[in-house]
Structures are given as structure tokens and as C-alpha cells.
Ligand binder design. Structure first.
Ligand code: HEM
Length: 366
């Protein structure tokens, strides 16, 4: 393959990746914001809040009531009855607006800073040998479709979820209380509907890839050699290396299950969940999701800027032979012993053209 066409292909890849990311970011903010526009359209001036209505004038009275004794209420639902102000609710509110947002916020700022520092110190893991121009198949089309659907849903859920958690601190100053209320309502719908769909995709991913993630002795050696990032020699690895297996087991399986189950408890309060259960589920859900998002930053970094040649396995489905030998040597040997031969770019193009010609001829004969 000529250096020029390789450069063009790389530029095209980066451009489409960048635009997909921009589109996801813009849509996940713009779509829920439609709520704001529609609220204006339907309710117009009626919904205009004056500055003094933005803060509840009775909040002092309710704060006083919290100090008081139990009383009598008409509440008959599964939650606490005869309690004017629930301590569970108030304690939960304090955790949510206190340590959860403060520590969670700092954590989400710190992780990208650490990643940038890591990049500045260790740089990109480059290909040690020039590209060979020959590739082998790494991920099938349905695996890639599932991966990118999960990734796009994850990003939308993260943006909408964080908007709800940090809205008071970050978004109210930007959108104003009325704008934020409409955006938050849209974000909540998106989050609540997409969450269960994401969990199903996640389950499919676990079932599909669990067989590649069974730990073995090679993983231990991989850890001892620092994954090849520290030290000179690149450690041996099978189809997936030990770092990827950690992401699979801790990130996708453990955090995935914790976030999905707690999300389910919050999304469907029809199983007699008490107020206490809901409060605990919210804390578990948010804390696990924040840790997961931090983990995800690391995964997305390693899969893109961090490792030259890794992303094309998940976009085109094929990787260069020299990438395979460098990062997953044992897997590459398995591929060869299964009878699959590395294919050049020209041969791939030709077989694609032959397939298309075959289909066209087939259609013409009908
Ligand atoms: C923009 C975000 C993302 C990027 C750029 C990305 C990139 C990649 C790449 C390049 C690979 C292939 C690695 C290889 O061939 O060895 C991969 C594998 C994988 N990705 Fe992602 N990914 C993203 C988001 C996600 C999300 C949100 C999840 C799950 C919630 C996820 C789960 C996985 C899993 C399970 C694998 C297989 C490796 C393993 O089992 O550990 N990815 N990703």
C-alpha cells in the first residue's frame, strides 16, 4: 500500500471518529433540550419564573418541620407514613449534594488529568515494526456493531446521568432554573429509557466475550512486565491481554451489574421498594457509575490515542499483522494455525469487488 493512500485512510478514519464523537455529544445535549423549547412553545409566559419564585419561599418552614416529631399524614403508599419530613430522604439529600457531588466531581476531573500526564510521560505505544500491509480479522461485524452501540449508549447515559447529578452546580448557572428543569426532564426520559436497553446490550457483550476473558498464566506474566508500558519487552498475550481482562471483569461485568441492578430498582419502583431502598439504590448507582466512567476514560484512551493500530480492529474489523504480533502474539499464532492467512489491502479490495459483481450478476439474472 502506498504511503499516500495509507495517510489518506488514516485521515479519513480520524475525521469520521471525531465527527461521530461530536455528533454523540451534541445530540445528547440537544435532544433533551427540546423539552425546553417545547415548554416555551406550549406554556409560554405562564411558565416564566420570576427570580424570587426560583427559590422556594417556604423552604425555611420545611427545614423547621424536619426538626420536629412524627405527625399524621394521608400517605398510604409503600413509603413512610405519618412522617412529615423523612430523615432517610433528608440524609440521602445531604449525601447526594455533599460528598457524592464533591468527591465524584473531583474524581471525574482528576482521571483525565492523570491520563494526560500518563500520555506526556509514556507517550503512545507505537508500532515497533512498520505496517506490513497484510491484515488479519480481529472483530466480526456483529461484535463491532454491539461494541459501538454499547459505547454510544454508555456515553449518552453518562452525559444525561451526570447532568442530573451535577445539574444544580453546573447547569443551573448556565441554563437558568427553568431551562435546566426542562433539560433535566428530557435527560431523565432519555436516561430512563436507554438504561434498560443498554443493560441488555451489556449482557449480550458479556455472554459473547466471556470466553476470551478467562484468566490464565500468561496474564500474570503480562502484569509482572507492566503490560509492556514500563520496561522494554512487550509481554506475550492471547486474544485479549490482562489489562483488557481487568476492564472486562471489573468494568463491564462487576460495575455493569451493580449499575444495571441499582438502575432497575430506581427505574421500576413497582416492587414495593421502600424510600430507604430507593435512597441506597441511588447512592450505589451514582457511585458505581462515576467509578465506571473514570475506568471508561482509561479504556477509551488506550483504544484510541494510547495504542497505535488498536482502533482499526474495532472499526474495520481487521488489524495489521505487525500489530497482532506485537500486542497479541499468542493469538496471532492461533489465527495462523486455524488456517486463516493474512490478506493484503489489494486482495481485500478485489474480493469485495468480486462479491459486489457477483451480487449484481445475481440480481441481473433474476
Ligand atoms: C468511545 C469509547 C470507546 C472506544 C474508543 C473503545 C475502543 C475499543 C477498542 C479499540 C477495542 C479493541 C481492543 C482490541 O482489539 O484489543 C475495544 C474492546 C472492548 N471494549 Fe471498547 N471502546 C469504547 C467504549 C466501550 C464501552 C462503553 C464498553 C462497555 C461498557 C466497552 C467494552 C469493550 C470490551 C468488553 C472490549 C473487548 C475487550 C475486553 O473484553 O476486555 N468499550 N474497545
Amino acid at each position: 500500500m502506498s504511503a499516500e493512500s495509507e495517510l489518506k485512510r488514516r485521515q479519513r478514519r480520524w475525521r469520521s471518529m471525531l465527527w461521530s464523537l461530536v455528533a454523540i455529544l451534541v445530540l445528547s445535549v440537544a435532544l433533551p433540550s427540546l423539552g425546553y423549547v417545547m415548554a416555551q412553545q406550549f406554556y409560554g409566559a405562564e411558565r416564566e419564573f420570576s427570580e424570587d419564585r426560583a427559590t422556594n419561599p417556604r423552604s425555611d418552614m420545611w427545614r423547621d418541620a424536619r426538626e420536629g416529631q412524627g405527625g399524621f399524614t394521608t400517605q398510604t403508599g409503600p413509603y413512610v407514613t405519618n412522617t412529615l419530613i423523612s430523615n432517610v430522604g433528608e440524609n440521602w439529600r445531604q449525601i447526594r449534594t455533599g460528598p457524592m457531588t464533591t468527591w465524584g466531581g473531583w474524581f471525574l476531573i482528576a482521571v483525565p488529568i492523570v491520563i494526560v500526564l500518563f500520555f506526556l510521560v509514556f507517550g503512545r505505544v507505537k508500532l515497533e515494526e512498520e505496517r506490513s500491509g497484510l491484515t488479519v480479522r480481529r472483530w466480526r461485524a456483529y461484535e463491532r456493531a454491539l461494541h459501538w452501540f454499547t459505547a454510544a449508549s454508555f456515553i449518552i447515559l453518562a452525559i444525561t446521568g451526570l447532568s442530573l447529578l451535577f445539574g444544580r452546580t453546573v447547569l443551573i448557572p448556565l441554563f437558568g432554573p427553568q431551562g435546566f428543569a426542562a433539560y433535566a426532564q428530557g435527560a431523565m426520559y432519555v436516561h430512563n429509557f436507554l438504561g434498560p436497553v443498554f443493560s441488555v446490550a451489556l449482557l449480550a457483550m458479556i455472554v459473547l466475550w466471556i470466553r476470551h476473558n478467562i484468566p490464565n498464566r500468561t496474564d500474570w506474566q503480562w502484569f509482572k512486565q507492566g503490560g509492556g508500558i514500563v520496561g522494554k519487552r512487550h509481554p506475550s498475550a492471547g486474544r485479549l491481554n490482562a489489562g483488557e481482562k481487568v476492564w472486562f471483569w471489573l468494568g463491564v461485568v462487576v460495575l455493569g451489574i451493580v449499575v444495571s441492578v441499582s438502575g432497575f430498582v430506581l427505574d421500576f419502583p413497582i416492587f414495593g421498594q421502600t424510600r430507604e431502598t430507593m435512597a441506597i439504590a441511588q447512592v450505589v448507582h451514582a457511585v458505581a457509575a462515576i467509578i465506571w466512567i473514570g475506568f471508561f476514560f482509561g479504556h477509551a484512551y488506550i483504544g484510541t490515542i494510547g495504542t497505535e493500530g488498536a482502533l482499526e480492529g474495532m472499526t474495520r474489523g481487521r488489524v495489521d499483522v505487525n500489530w497482532a504480533k506485537q500486542h497479541h502474539d499468542l493469538w496471532y499464532e492461533e489465527v495462523l494455525s486455524s488456517g486463516e492467512q493474512p490478506v493484503s489491502e489489494e486482495a481485500l479490495k478485489k474480493s469485495k469487488a468480486d462479491r459486489q459483481a457477483g451480487t449484481a450478476a445475481g440480481q441481473a439474472s433474476h
